[in-house]
Design a protein around this ligand. Structure first.
Ligand code: HEM
Length: 236
């Protein structure tokens, strides 16, 4: 067995991925992080206190985990859902009562969405109470605020898609609140969001595209910047 491992570690393929041996000094440790594709997301140095579980509570990581669960279950839901006024409600019913494990899939997506809003908020509280918004991390705090808004918008746009009474009235109330903004701005934003003055076919397709494409892409770009800053600002 040892022979097999030795052969593997000395092979060209292995050495083209892992370009260093086991680190033995601070210098080789830093090199390991710089040169390895999988390790490069880690900061080269972190403070001992900040890698304690009770410092981060794993909340940032949990937020990413939930986002991945939402992306996978969301992609599967897209296979069964058609965003039209005639189909949307019945597609959700079919998903629950006809598609095998459909109810489970829908519930996973829904609960992960609720959990993500709560976990991202708790992560923000953790960052606040450990004063991690202070320089040099103030830029990442601002990116975080955008991520919180994006998380809420993802949840809100998904709310309309089942096209039931709760969805319809939830979005009607929400967009009427937007409409109440002064100087005619509200009217314009609400019109743009709904594609008209009522919650109908245009609103459904707009919310669908926002929920399944535009907002997730913005979230991924912002998360990329967020993780890059976590690394550059010296870890957590
Ligand atoms: C989709 C939402 C978010 C994701 C996926 C996310 C992910 C992460 C991860 C993985 C970390 C490193 C580990 C940890 O601290 O737990 C982190 C750190 C950080 N996050 Fe977030 N985050 C999100 C939202 C936010 C929000 C809403 C804020 C604040 C308004 C924020 C501010 C920060 C800051 C300042 C750090 C650095 C913390 C430190 O150095 O102690 N993040 N984030």
């Amino acid at each position: 067995m040892k022979h097999v491992f030795d052969k593997l570690f000395e092979s060209r393929v292995w050495r083209s991925i892992f370009r260093h041996g086991l680190p033995t000094s601070n210098r080789t440790r830093a090199e390991a992080v710089f040169y390895n594709f999988f390790l490069h997301v880690h900061p080269t140095k972190v403070r001992k206190r900040s890698i304690r579980y009770t410092y981060t509570w794993g909340l940032g990581g949990l937020s990413v985990g939930l986002f991945i669960v939402l992306t996978v279950t969301g992609a599967l839901l897209m296979l069964y859902y058609r965003p039209s006024v005639q189909q949307a409600y019945w597609d959700m019913k079919d998903l629950q009562f006809v598609v095998s494990s459909g109810q489970f899939l829908r519930n996973m997506h829904r609960w992960a969405a609720h959990a993500m809003v709560a976990v991202v908020f708790l992560h923000m509280l953790r960052v606040f109470y450990t004063s991690s918004y202070r320089p040099p991390k103030e830029f990442n705090w601002v990116i975080g605020v955008f991520l919180l808004v994006i998380t809420v918008l993802l949840s809100y746009t998904g709310y309309l898609l089942p096209w039931d009474q709760l969805s319809f009235w939830g979005i009607s109330v929400g967009t009427n609140m937007v409409r109440a903004m002064p100087c005619g701005f509200g009217e314009k934003i609400s019109f743009l969001l709904l594609g008209g003055n009522i919650v109908g076919e245009n609103a459904l397709i707009r919310f669908y595209v926002l929920h399944c494409f535009i907002i997730p892409v913005v979230a991924m770009v912002l998360m990329g910047i967020h993780f890059w800053r976590v690394r550059k600002d010296g870890g957590v």
